[in-house]
Design a protein around this ligand. Structure first.
Ligand SMILES: CC(=O)N[C@H]1[C@@H](OP(=O)(O)OP(=O)(O)OC[C@H]2O[C@@H](n3ccc(=O)[nH]c3=O)[C@H](O)[C@@H]2O)O[C@H](CO)[C@@H](O)[C@@H]1O
Ligand SMILES: C=C(OP(=O)(O)O)C(=O)O
Length: 428
């Protein structure tokens, strides 16, 4: 077990390159099995979620190889092997194996997924979609069994706008007979990225990026090459870090349009931001003003950036209210921030942040991926050294985190936990 040590107070300066999007990659890798020949995925982030998914593909007979940030998947010999718990539980996105295997084999047996503990993360809308396509779905001893004689296109109205359900239904429907219409679909850029890959394979998909997606099933899908879009959440994390501590920071290899809601809020706070074609320049200000944030489905403010944003608000003048309408329990970072001197109250699905508080280095624990990102930014801002455990969550989603922060002038390093510390972390 390791901890990240962050010595605070160093201004950030320079350029950081953003990697491929985690939340695309975790759907693109399972999608590759739908093809009948080799799929090459470029700009793949080197993160543990991708490694886990690649190992699941190997478990069902795919051949996976890497060359730098390119992954090649040869799905020629895949078989519908059950994937019970174990590694499936390590991440939420293992649920994309359900849609991909159902689409490919008309059957699948997959353990219930894991992922960040953000409160309940139901998959009823995914199941509703699979059933509408003709699958019989049962939950037996903690695993979901899907079986269909035939998949037939259907009209599916999502009761909640869900990224996961939209993608999973697309994966299951691309080879179904006839037309599938997903109504009230999510519009996140990662969904468009998955549809782009499927279209390159030969799928017929229209309307992605709107709330009605139409899919005309095809019999076969072929191999192709695809490059993943930049990670808007990783980019947002560095942008928020720069808004807190940046003298002059350039966040490069991004799609600024994907970050509009964040940019608008940061400008409202007084952060200087210039957006170019594929980069954003950020300069912090000593006089930041508080704002209120409400997370919403895309293009609203991303729930994944809510936790890092909470930290920035501890520095601003006034009181900011952060309301998470997607995950109402996504506030586990708040107790840890309080240990560092933050003045934050959680009421229902909102956090009230009283600003202009100086943070102090402390021993804190990352309870989930973006809580970890938030604590790292807090560490960069704090006086003294912050020790962050729970880094396995952060490693699920941030490629070369230390290297990138060091390039910007931060002072961060990892240390192994002593046996005593490891015991304490396990029992806390
Ligand atoms: C819309 C939204 O902001 N989605 C975010 C959500 O995606 P993620 O894929 O985790 O969640 P969904 O988009 O699927 O779910 C959105 C909401 O719908 C609910 N739900 C979902 C599926 C279902 O079958 N039943 C159901 O009730 C969820 O509990 C949640 O409140 O978290 C990801 C990781 O933090 C983010 O990258 C996504 O941008
Ligand atoms: C919560 C996240 O990941 P996951 O849905 O994979 O747990 C995230 O990307 O912020």
């Amino acid at each position: 077990m390791e901890k990240l040590m962050v010595e605070g107070g160093h201004p950030l300066r320079g350029k950081v390159q953003v990697s491929g999007a985690k939340n695309s990659a975790v759907a693109l890798v399972p999608a590759a099995i739908l093809a009948d020949s080799v799929v090459s995925i470029e700009n793949l982030p080197e993160i543990s979620d991708v490694e886990t998914l690649a190992s699941l593909l190997e478990d069902i007979g795919a051949s996976v190889s890497y060359e730098g940030s390119r992954m090649t998947v040869d799905p020629t010999n895949v078989i519908p092997m059950p994937l019970p718990n174990g590694r499936v539980k390590k991440l939420r996105a293992s649920y994309y194996m359900m849609g991909a295997m159902l689409g490919k084999f008309k059957r699948a047996a997959i353990g219930l997924p894991g992922g960040c503990n953000l409160g309940p993360r139901p998959i009823d809308q995914h199941i509703k979609g699979f059933e509408a396509l003709g699958a019989k779905v049962t939950n037996e001893h903690g695993a979901i069994y899907l079986r269909a004689d035939k998949l037939r296109g259907a009209r599916i109205y999502l009761d909640v706008v869900s990224v996961g359900a939209t993608i999973n239904i697309m994966l299951a429907a691309v080879k179904a007979e006839g037309r599938t219409v997903i109504e009230n679909a999510a519009k996140e850029p990662e969904i468009i990225d998955v549809a782009t890959l499927l279209t390159s394979m030969g799928a017929k998909i229209k309307g992605v990026g709107t709330n009605v997606i139409r899919i005309d099933g095809v019999e076969e899908l072929n191999g192709c090459a695809h490059s993943i879009i930049p990670d808007r959440i990783e980019a947002g994390t560095y942008i928020i870090a720069a808004a807190a501590m940046g003298e002059e920071v350039l966040v490069d290899n991004i799609i600024p349009d994907h970050l509009e809601s964040l940019i608008a809020k940061l400008r409202e706070m007084g952060v200087q931001i210039q957006a170019g074609d594929d980069q954003i320049f950020i300069r912090s200000s000593p006089d930041l003003t508080s704002v209120d944030i409400k997370t919403l489905v895309y293009p609203g403010f991303a729930t994944d950036l809510q936790q890092p944003m909470t930290v920035l608000l501890t520095k601003a003048q006034g009181t900011g209210i952060v309301t998470d309408t997607i995950y109402n329990a996504r506030f586990k970072h708040v107790d840890e921030l309080r240990r560092m001197g933050a003045d934050i109250k959680v009421e229902g699905r909102s956090a009230l942040i009283n600003g202009k508080k100086r943070l102090q280095g402390a021993r804190v624990k990352a309870s989930d991926l973006r809580a970890g990102a938030a604590l790292i930014i807090a560490g960069l801002m704090a006086e003294g050294v912050t020790e962050i455990t729970g880094m396995e969550h952060v490693d699920r989603g941030y490629e070369n985190l230390e290297e990138k922060l060091l390039t910007l002038g931060a002072n961060v390093w990892r240390e192994k936990l002593s046996t005593e510390e490891a015991e304490q972390v396990k029992s806390s």
